[in-house]
Design a protein around this ligand. Structure first.
Ligand SMILES: [Zn+2]
Ligand SMILES: [Zn+2]
Length: 275
Protein backbone atom coordinates (compact mmCIF):
# COMPACT_ATOMS: atom_id res chain seq x y z
CA UNK A 1 0.00 0.00 0.00
CA UNK A 2 1.13 3.47 -0.81
CA UNK A 3 1.90 5.68 2.16
CA UNK A 4 1.36 9.03 0.45
CA UNK A 5 -1.64 10.53 -1.37
CA UNK A 6 -1.79 12.06 -4.86
CA UNK A 7 1.56 10.58 -5.78
CA UNK A 8 3.47 11.72 -8.86
CA UNK A 9 6.03 9.84 -10.94
CA UNK A 10 7.47 12.23 -13.49
CA UNK A 11 10.13 10.13 -15.18
CA UNK A 12 9.46 7.04 -17.31
CA UNK A 13 10.20 5.64 -20.74
CA UNK A 14 8.24 3.86 -23.48
CA UNK A 15 9.27 1.79 -26.49
CA UNK A 16 10.11 5.08 -28.22
CA UNK A 17 13.24 5.25 -26.05
CA UNK A 18 16.18 3.15 -27.28
CA UNK A 19 16.11 1.32 -23.95
CA UNK A 20 12.32 1.25 -23.46
CA UNK A 21 10.30 -1.97 -23.35
CA UNK A 22 6.57 -1.18 -23.10
CA UNK A 23 4.00 1.01 -24.84
CA UNK A 24 2.67 4.20 -23.27
CA UNK A 25 -0.68 2.44 -22.76
CA UNK A 26 0.93 -0.45 -20.91
CA UNK A 27 2.87 1.99 -18.71
CA UNK A 28 -0.35 3.98 -18.00
CA UNK A 29 -2.13 0.82 -17.01
CA UNK A 30 0.73 -0.04 -14.60
CA UNK A 31 0.57 3.50 -13.18
CA UNK A 32 -3.16 3.16 -12.48
CA UNK A 33 -2.50 -0.20 -10.79
CA UNK A 34 0.27 1.43 -8.71
CA UNK A 35 -2.27 4.04 -7.53
CA UNK A 36 -0.40 7.04 -8.95
CA UNK A 37 -2.28 10.30 -9.48
CA UNK A 38 0.04 11.93 -12.01
CA UNK A 39 2.71 10.59 -14.35
CA UNK A 40 4.93 12.11 -17.02
CA UNK A 41 6.39 10.27 -19.98
CA UNK A 42 9.92 11.39 -20.68
CA UNK A 43 11.35 9.45 -23.60
CA UNK A 44 15.04 9.90 -24.29
CA UNK A 45 16.24 12.60 -26.64
CA UNK A 46 20.03 12.44 -26.35
CA UNK A 47 20.63 15.22 -28.78
CA UNK A 48 24.27 14.30 -29.49
CA UNK A 49 23.06 10.87 -30.68
CA UNK A 50 20.41 12.31 -32.98
CA UNK A 51 21.46 10.41 -36.11
CA UNK A 52 22.55 7.13 -34.47
CA UNK A 53 19.29 6.83 -32.54
CA UNK A 54 17.02 8.10 -35.30
CA UNK A 55 15.58 10.63 -32.90
CA UNK A 56 13.48 12.55 -35.43
CA UNK A 57 11.25 9.50 -35.86
CA UNK A 58 11.40 8.40 -32.22
CA UNK A 59 10.35 11.84 -31.05
CA UNK A 60 7.31 11.76 -33.29
CA UNK A 61 6.19 8.25 -32.24
CA UNK A 62 6.74 9.12 -28.58
CA UNK A 63 4.68 12.29 -28.80
CA UNK A 64 1.87 10.62 -30.72
CA UNK A 65 1.69 7.45 -28.58
CA UNK A 66 1.81 9.37 -25.31
CA UNK A 67 -0.84 11.85 -26.45
CA UNK A 68 -3.05 8.94 -27.48
CA UNK A 69 -2.54 7.12 -24.15
CA UNK A 70 -3.27 10.36 -22.30
CA UNK A 71 -6.69 10.53 -23.95
CA UNK A 72 -7.48 6.86 -23.33
CA UNK A 73 -6.63 7.17 -19.61
CA UNK A 74 -8.02 10.69 -19.15
CA UNK A 75 -10.58 9.72 -16.50
CA UNK A 76 -8.15 7.49 -14.56
CA UNK A 77 -4.84 9.34 -14.23
CA UNK A 78 -3.23 12.68 -15.13
CA UNK A 79 -0.74 12.01 -17.94
CA UNK A 80 1.81 14.68 -18.82
CA UNK A 81 3.63 14.73 -22.12
CA UNK A 82 7.32 15.18 -21.48
CA UNK A 83 10.76 14.53 -22.89
CA UNK A 84 14.18 13.80 -21.38
CA UNK A 85 16.66 16.06 -23.16
CA UNK A 86 20.09 14.48 -22.79
CA UNK A 87 23.14 16.72 -23.24
CA UNK A 88 21.05 19.62 -24.70
CA UNK A 89 23.97 22.02 -24.23
CA UNK A 90 26.17 19.98 -26.61
CA UNK A 91 23.89 20.79 -29.58
CA UNK A 92 21.88 23.86 -28.54
CA UNK A 93 20.43 24.66 -31.98
CA UNK A 94 19.18 21.13 -32.64
CA UNK A 95 17.81 21.07 -29.09
CA UNK A 96 15.84 24.25 -29.59
CA UNK A 97 14.47 23.14 -32.94
CA UNK A 98 13.44 19.77 -31.49
CA UNK A 99 11.78 21.23 -28.40
CA UNK A 100 9.78 23.61 -30.58
CA UNK A 101 8.46 20.72 -32.67
CA UNK A 102 5.79 19.74 -30.11
CA UNK A 103 4.01 21.32 -27.19
CA UNK A 104 5.38 19.58 -24.10
CA UNK A 105 4.13 19.78 -20.54
CA UNK A 106 7.47 18.93 -19.05
CA UNK A 107 11.14 18.84 -20.04
CA UNK A 108 13.82 16.97 -18.09
CA UNK A 109 17.45 18.07 -18.42
CA UNK A 110 20.06 15.28 -18.18
CA UNK A 111 23.73 14.54 -18.68
CA UNK A 112 24.44 10.89 -19.56
CA UNK A 113 27.86 11.37 -21.13
CA UNK A 114 30.67 13.85 -21.55
CA UNK A 115 31.17 15.50 -24.95
CA UNK A 116 32.01 13.03 -27.75
CA UNK A 117 32.17 10.26 -25.17
CA UNK A 118 29.94 7.20 -24.52
CA UNK A 119 27.31 7.11 -21.78
CA UNK A 120 28.77 6.72 -18.27
CA UNK A 121 27.09 3.29 -18.24
CA UNK A 122 29.34 2.17 -21.11
CA UNK A 123 32.74 3.24 -19.75
CA UNK A 124 35.18 0.49 -18.77
CA UNK A 125 35.75 1.24 -15.09
CA UNK A 126 38.20 -1.67 -14.74
CA UNK A 127 40.85 0.32 -16.60
CA UNK A 128 40.35 3.53 -14.58
CA UNK A 129 42.21 4.78 -11.52
CA UNK A 130 40.63 6.82 -8.72
CA UNK A 131 42.27 9.92 -10.23
CA UNK A 132 40.65 9.12 -13.58
CA UNK A 133 37.30 8.87 -11.84
CA UNK A 134 37.78 12.27 -10.20
CA UNK A 135 38.78 13.78 -13.51
CA UNK A 136 35.58 12.39 -15.11
CA UNK A 137 33.53 13.77 -12.24
CA UNK A 138 35.26 17.18 -12.49
CA UNK A 139 34.05 17.41 -16.08
CA UNK A 140 30.64 15.93 -15.25
CA UNK A 141 29.82 18.54 -12.60
CA UNK A 142 31.06 21.33 -14.89
CA UNK A 143 28.64 20.08 -17.55
CA UNK A 144 25.83 19.95 -14.99
CA UNK A 145 26.50 23.59 -14.14
CA UNK A 146 26.47 24.54 -17.84
CA UNK A 147 23.19 22.62 -18.19
CA UNK A 148 21.67 24.40 -15.18
CA UNK A 149 22.66 27.78 -16.64
CA UNK A 150 21.19 26.85 -20.04
CA UNK A 151 17.85 26.76 -18.25
CA UNK A 152 15.78 25.26 -21.09
CA UNK A 153 14.38 22.43 -18.92
CA UNK A 154 11.92 22.20 -16.03
CA UNK A 155 13.75 19.76 -13.74
CA UNK A 156 17.39 18.73 -13.44
CA UNK A 157 17.44 14.93 -13.55
CA UNK A 158 19.48 12.38 -11.61
CA UNK A 159 22.32 14.65 -10.45
CA UNK A 160 25.33 12.38 -9.59
CA UNK A 161 24.32 9.92 -12.35
CA UNK A 162 27.93 8.64 -12.95
CA UNK A 163 27.99 7.40 -9.34
CA UNK A 164 25.52 4.67 -10.32
CA UNK A 165 28.26 3.06 -12.41
CA UNK A 166 31.27 4.14 -10.35
CA UNK A 167 29.78 2.51 -7.24
CA UNK A 168 28.58 -0.52 -9.23
CA UNK A 169 32.13 -1.19 -10.41
CA UNK A 170 33.08 -1.77 -6.77
CA UNK A 171 36.60 -0.43 -7.37
CA UNK A 172 36.56 3.07 -5.93
CA UNK A 173 35.98 4.98 -2.74
CA UNK A 174 34.84 8.27 -4.17
CA UNK A 175 34.21 11.25 -1.90
CA UNK A 176 31.82 13.71 -3.52
CA UNK A 177 32.37 16.39 -0.87
CA UNK A 178 35.07 17.91 -3.06
CA UNK A 179 32.21 18.98 -5.38
CA UNK A 180 30.17 20.76 -2.69
CA UNK A 181 30.96 24.24 -4.06
CA UNK A 182 29.87 23.41 -7.58
CA UNK A 183 26.72 21.55 -6.48
CA UNK A 184 25.81 24.58 -4.34
CA UNK A 185 26.27 26.73 -7.41
CA UNK A 186 24.08 24.39 -9.48
CA UNK A 187 21.34 24.58 -6.83
CA UNK A 188 21.55 28.38 -6.64
CA UNK A 189 21.15 28.61 -10.43
CA UNK A 190 18.11 26.28 -10.34
CA UNK A 191 16.54 28.29 -7.53
CA UNK A 192 17.09 31.69 -9.13
CA UNK A 193 15.72 30.37 -12.44
CA UNK A 194 12.64 28.80 -10.81
CA UNK A 195 13.61 25.29 -11.94
CA UNK A 196 13.14 22.02 -10.09
CA UNK A 197 15.48 19.35 -8.79
CA UNK A 198 14.59 15.70 -9.40
CA UNK A 199 14.87 12.89 -6.88
CA UNK A 200 15.42 9.89 -9.13
CA UNK A 201 14.51 6.72 -7.25
CA UNK A 202 15.93 4.23 -9.78
CA UNK A 203 19.15 3.85 -7.76
CA UNK A 204 17.16 2.29 -4.93
CA UNK A 205 16.53 -0.79 -7.08
CA UNK A 206 20.12 -0.92 -8.36
CA UNK A 207 23.46 -1.79 -6.71
CA UNK A 208 24.11 1.85 -5.71
CA UNK A 209 21.09 1.51 -3.36
CA UNK A 210 20.53 5.28 -3.12
CA UNK A 211 18.52 7.97 -4.84
CA UNK A 212 20.18 10.31 -7.33
CA UNK A 213 20.97 12.69 -5.83
CA UNK A 214 21.11 11.40 -2.24
CA UNK A 215 19.19 13.01 0.62
CA UNK A 216 22.11 15.22 1.74
CA UNK A 217 21.90 17.06 -1.61
CA UNK A 218 18.12 17.39 -1.38
CA UNK A 219 18.52 18.86 2.11
CA UNK A 220 21.17 21.30 0.91
CA UNK A 221 18.98 22.40 -2.02
CA UNK A 222 16.20 23.08 0.49
CA UNK A 223 18.58 24.99 2.83
CA UNK A 224 19.56 27.23 -0.08
CA UNK A 225 15.89 28.00 -0.72
CA UNK A 226 14.84 25.27 -3.17
CA UNK A 227 11.08 24.78 -3.34
CA UNK A 228 10.46 22.86 -6.56
CA UNK A 229 11.10 19.13 -6.37
CA UNK A 230 10.05 16.39 -8.81
CA UNK A 231 10.06 12.65 -8.15
CA UNK A 232 10.76 10.04 -10.80
CA UNK A 233 11.17 6.26 -10.89
CA UNK A 234 12.90 6.36 -14.29
CA UNK A 235 10.90 3.21 -15.10
CA UNK A 236 11.81 1.39 -18.31
CA UNK A 237 9.52 -1.55 -17.42
CA UNK A 238 5.88 -1.66 -16.27
CA UNK A 239 6.91 -3.28 -12.98
CA UNK A 240 9.02 -0.23 -12.09
CA UNK A 241 6.31 2.41 -12.59
CA UNK A 242 6.04 4.20 -9.26
CA UNK A 243 8.86 2.09 -7.79
CA UNK A 244 10.24 3.57 -4.55
CA UNK A 245 8.28 6.78 -5.07
CA UNK A 246 7.18 6.59 -1.43
CA UNK A 247 10.87 6.58 -0.46
CA UNK A 248 11.28 9.72 -2.54
CA UNK A 249 8.39 11.32 -0.64
CA UNK A 250 9.97 10.32 2.66
CA UNK A 251 13.25 11.97 1.67
CA UNK A 252 11.42 15.10 0.50
CA UNK A 253 9.54 15.32 3.79
CA UNK A 254 12.61 14.65 5.94
CA UNK A 255 14.49 17.39 4.07
CA UNK A 256 11.79 19.93 4.90
CA UNK A 257 9.67 19.93 1.74
CA UNK A 258 5.91 20.36 2.11
CA UNK A 259 5.17 20.00 -1.59
CA UNK A 260 6.26 18.05 -4.63
CA UNK A 261 5.91 19.50 -8.08
CA UNK A 262 4.55 18.49 -11.43
CA UNK A 263 4.65 20.56 -14.60
CA UNK A 264 1.70 21.24 -16.87
CA UNK A 265 2.29 23.37 -19.99
CA UNK A 266 5.84 23.88 -18.66
CA UNK A 267 4.51 25.58 -15.51
CA UNK A 268 5.03 24.20 -11.98
CA UNK A 269 2.06 22.94 -9.97
CA UNK A 270 2.68 22.27 -6.28
CA UNK A 271 1.04 19.20 -4.72
CA UNK A 272 0.97 19.01 -0.91
CA UNK A 273 2.76 16.04 0.58
CA UNK A 274 0.05 14.17 2.48
CA UNK A 275 -0.19 10.74 4.05
ZN1 LIG B 1 18.45 9.85 -17.73
ZN1 LIG C 1 15.32 8.46 -17.95
Amino acid sequence: MAIYKNRTDLHMHTLSSFDGNFTAEQMCSAAVDAGLATIAFTDHFDVDFYEQQNLGTRQQTSYEDVTCAKEIFADKIRVLVGIEMGQPTYEPELTEKSLNRYKYDFVIGSIHNLRKTPDFCELDYKTLTQDDVYSLLDKYFEEELILAKWNGFDTLAHLTYPMRYIVQSGRFNTDLRRYDDITDEIFKVLISNGKALEINTSGLRQPIGKTMPTDNYVRRYRELGGELLTLGSDAHFTQHVGANIDDGYQIAESCGFEYVTYFKDRKPVQVKIEK
